[in-house]
Design a protein around this ligand. Structure first.
Ligand SMILES: C[S@@+](CC[C@H](N)C(=O)[O-])C[C@H]1O[C@@H](n2cnc3c(N)ncnc32)[C@H](O)[C@@H]1O
Length: 483
């Protein structure tokens, strides 16, 4: 029998790198600030909030640098339940320009290149160069032109990259825990490299020590505040615009675009924002991605509950080469990742890929080159009882095994959530682990149901006989017997 390789618990820095780049909906808050302040103390307990005077300094700094128009903008920074936010002081008109943030206040690779460390950061990954810039400016204290902005940045978010071991232990068994370790390892490796190649050889530029925790902070700041459509080479931090918090009630993807390259921020709809970014349609982030990037989740949004199933054609499979060839001709590879979302059908390519991986024995003839152009079409439908049974059994076994790694059941998690009083990190951990388990139980159920239908499915040979006119509608073989 062919080997079916399924990895449900692989550390997945890969899935971190693959993460979708949807810009989350952004919102201006419009609340009474006195009430907000009280609520925020409880809700944003993890983060040390900037003082009133730090916020006032930041506002002054923006004004002095031409970011604030006359008359003053109808928004101001204030403490809100999500930490710091932009509070609207009146209703705003559709398409009204709210604030302008001139490009000279953007922090991107051009800013770094024009700074003292510019020459030594050439060739670095954009985020690494910007991280070094932020850390160096931070270390310069009052001597930095960026100090009022740096002073309002949070010391950490609730992203699991900042959690203690004890906090992380609440996510035991989850894919997000593996991803978190993968991300931390990636950032640590980048730090070691940049420390050896840039920081230590240029001590005159980096007089204060920068350690790996500082570097992780800068990574977390960029991940949570840089506009997600502006990543890679376009990575940019935009002071003030980055105070806008996410709101799940805004689902429009098109909340941002560049207006004549000027970096204007204006209103499209009530409480939505135009940003200086181009518009692309993007996929929605999962709760794991929200947690990792921003340090919050939407526990009541089923479409954010996701489990990534990793399937693989094993090198030890006797048909490895043929299977790989077929997978590659159909846009897949030796390893394929399938994101399975709660209450949604399985990704369309998952069953054909599973059937391919499990193909063997009497079905192996489909791998012959004669079938190369048509095999994928055959894999779209059940191939044989043995093949379909294998995938049902292996997937159910994998789900059972994955579920055994979690410390709690969905019911136990739900009770904890109902009881309330959880700190934000426990809420994330419980939401993530219960979401993953729900998807695993759903996958298990899909394949259990399929297994119970194995006798009623139509397989390749029957379809073939029908095509040749040798089989009737009920599957009976048609004979041409002489009368
Ligand atoms: C773009 S920044 C917004 C400004 C940020 N609140 C601050 O204090 O500087 C994104 C960060 O704000 C917080 N945040 C934004 N929207 C949130 C939400 N809906 N729920 C919880 N936290 C949120 C998270 O810490 C996230 O990493």
């Amino acid at each position: 029998m062919a080997l079916l390789h399924i990895s449900l618990h692989s550390p997945s820095p890969l899935s971190f790198q693959r993460s979708s780049t949807t810009i989350p909906a952004l919102i201006f808050s419009r609340h009474s600030s006195a009430k907000l302040h009280q609520r925020s103390i409880k809700l944003a307990a993890a983060a040390a909030l900037p003082s009133e005077s730090a916020i006032a300094d930041f506002w002054r700094w923006l004004r002095e640098r031409g970011a604030l128009t006359q008359p003053p903008p109808p928004v101001r920074p204030a403490v809100v339940p999500e930490g710091l936010g932009l509070v609207a002081e009146r209703d705003m008109l559709r398409n009204e320009v709210v604030v302008e943030v001139p490009k000279k206040l953007w922090i991107n690779t051009n800013t770094v290149a024009a700074s003292e460390i510019g020459p030594v950061t050439l060739g670095l990954k954009p985020w690494v160069a910007i991280a070094l810039f932020l850390l160096r400016e931070k270390a310069m204290g009052a001597a930095s032109l960026w100090r009022p902005y740096l002073d309002i940045l949070p010391p950490e978010t609730d992203s699991p990259i900042f959690w203690s071991e004890e906090e992380l232990s609440q996510m035991r068994g989850t894919q997000l825990l593996n991803t978190t370790f993968g991300v931390k390892e990636y950032v640590q490796n980048e730090f070691t490299k940049v420390e050896d190649e840039v920081i230590l050889p240029n001590k005159h530029l980096f007089q204060k020590t920068i350690n790996s925790a500082d570097f992780l902070w800068a990574f977390g700041i960029l991940r949570s505040r840089a506009f997600s459509r502006l990543r890679g080479d376009k990575l940019v931090l935009i002071p003030l615009a980055d105070l806008i918090n996410h709101n799940s009630s805004i689902t429009s993807e098109d909340t941002c675009w560049e207006i004549k390259g000027k970096g204007l921020f204006s209103r499209e709809l009530i409480f939505s924002l135009r940003t200086p970014a181009s518009v692309n349609t993007g996929e929605q982030k999962s709760n794991a991605e929200l947690a990792l990037d921003y340090g919050f989740i939407e526990s009541n949004n089923k479409s954010r509950e996701l489990y990534t199933m990793t399937l693989e054609i094993s090198e030890s499979d006797p048909f490895y080469g043929d299977k790989l060839d077929i997978a590659e001709s159909n846009g897949l590879g030796e390893t394929a990742y399938f994101d399975i979302v709660l209450d949604r059908p399985l990704p369309p390519l998952m069953l054909p890929y599973l059937r391919l991986v499990a193909l063997g024995g009497a079905d192996a003839f489909l791998l012959e080159s004669l079938f190369r152009n048509t095999v994928w079409g055959h894999l779209d439908l059940p191939v044989s009882r043995a093949n379909e049974e294998t995938i049902c059994r292996v997937i159910q076994d994998s789900c059972t095994s994955a579920l055994s790694y979690y410390q709690t059941t969905v019911e136990e998690d739900e009770k904890l959530m109902e009881r309330g009083g959880l700190d934000p990190r426990s809420e994330i951990a419980i939401g993530i682990r219960s979401g993953e388990k729900k998807v695993l139980l759903q996958i298990d159920e899909v394949f259990r149901a399929r297994e119970s239908e194995l006798d009623t499915l139509e397989y390749y040979q029957e379809r073939r006989l029908k095509d040749l006119g040798l089989s009737g509608e009920q599957g009976e073989i048609i004979f041409w017997e002489s009368k």
